[in-house]
Design a protein around this ligand. Structure first.
Ligand SMILES: Cc1ncc(C[n+]2csc(CCOP(=O)(O)OP(=O)(O)O)c2C)c(N)n1
Length: 342
């Protein structure tokens, strides 16, 4: 479909294409993730922020395209590199920033930090310090949806390193067998921690579902519209009761594995080359070519979002710390309470 036709279809509210609201929302969310992550990096390197953190800069189109294709009741599981997923699913900057600063109004009352941000009310089932930890959660959430008979599906984000874990095969087997509504969305950022994918991974990633009868698609993960379309197709299949799909989104992380890492295993020239395919200017060029926004409009979004991120830091710094006396609260779910809601 030509870009002109796509714009027309979007304006007419074509079922398969994003509405104008979604198109603009995707731009704002991508810029939001970028500016949030850049500010986190600055504050973390200045040793103002506690904990440990992994930057999502460069991968924004995957989280944003994926979450934009979902319906409100749908769920996501995330990874150790989870800030972008949380923002794309609607967690606000103040709750995110306060959580990273370990403050009481944080998304998890300051107890989770960067790798454990969750907001069940938004369907964000949690970032995860365990590589591959989202697979079982996604399978379980989808089993619950099937059991309850609702239309909710679960979008499972994970990395190219995680696809080599046993839980991936266990989860894709189980969800295929039961035809559960899951989308496995692999963010292939070319590295698992410090090791390039060529040194760890055999075969084509998109074929990993083939033995289980699960269709695989490969998309340009720096093209937000391509990710959106792929997830819409997989979501339709899941809602028809046909089971899981696998999507490989090829992308690149612009910074090191974790913030503060020296990155000795790839050259600056490689990174500079990859930065030319930055998903945000690329999407802005498309929006502008379609006449949907001009350069000043784009600049306005950057300004507004940057101000919101700055305000979230001020909010976090002024917020109360959790009371150390409550450190052991909420460690275990009350099984009595859980069963009484059945
Ligand atoms: C079970 C487990 N094994 C190892 C680690 C250490 N570790 C943290 S991130 C990572 C690499 C993950 O690579 P990938 O899945 O490609 O995600 P990316 O970091 O590239 O986003 C590893 C091995 C861990 N956190 N959990």
């Amino acid at each position: 479909m030509s870009q002109g036709a796509m714009k027309e279809a979007a304006q007419e509210g074509d079922r398969r294409l994003p509405s104008l609201d979604v198109l603009f929302g995707m731009h704002r969310r991508m810029v939001g993730i970028r500016q949030f992550e850049e500010r986190v990096r600055t504050d973390y390197l200045a040793r103002r922020m506690p904990g440990f953190t992994h930057s999502y800069v460069g991968e924004e189109a995957v989280a944003v395209g994926g979450c934009a294709a979902l319906e409100p009741g749908d769920l996501i599981t995330s990874t150790h590199r989870g800030h972008g997923h949380a923002i794309a699913k609607g967690v606000g900057f103040p709750a995110m920033m306060a959580e990273l600063y370990g403050k009481l109004p944080g998304a998890c009352a300051g107890r989770g930090g960067s790798m454990h941000i969750a907001d069940f009310s938004l369907g964000m089932l949690g970032a995860n310090g365990i590589v591959g930890g989202g697979f079982g959660l996604a399978a379980g959430a989808a089993l619950a949806a099937q059991f309850l008979g609702n239309r909710d599906l679960t979008l499972c984000f994970f990395g190219d390193g995680a696809i080599n874990k046993g839980q991936f095969h266990e989860s894709i087997n189980f969800t295929a067998l039961r035809r559960l509504p899951v989308i496995f969305l692999c963010e292939n950022n070319q590295f698992a921690q410090y090791t390039a994918i060529e040194r760890t991974t055999a075969g084509a990633l998109a074929d990993r579902g083939t033995p289980f009868g699960v269709p695989g698609a490969e998309v340009d993960g720096n093209d937000v519209l391509a990710v959106y379309q792929a997830v819409r197709t997989a979501a339709d299949r899941a809602r028809r009761g046909e089971g899981p799909s696998l999507i490989i989104a090829n992308t690149y992380r612009f910074y090191g594995h974790n913030v503060g890492e020296a990155v000795p295993y790839r050259s600056e020239a490689d990174v500079a080359e990859r930065r030319k395919r930055d998903p945000i200017p690329r999407y802005e060029a498309w929006l502008q070519a379609e006449g949907l926004i001009d350069a000043a409009g784009c600049a306005g979004v950057w300004e507004e979002v940057t101000r919101e991120v700055d305000e979230s830091v001020a909010f976090a710094l002024a917020a109360a710390d959790p009371d150390p006396a409550t450190a052991m609260d909420d460690l275990y779910a009350s099984t009595r309470a859980a069963w009484s809601t059945q």
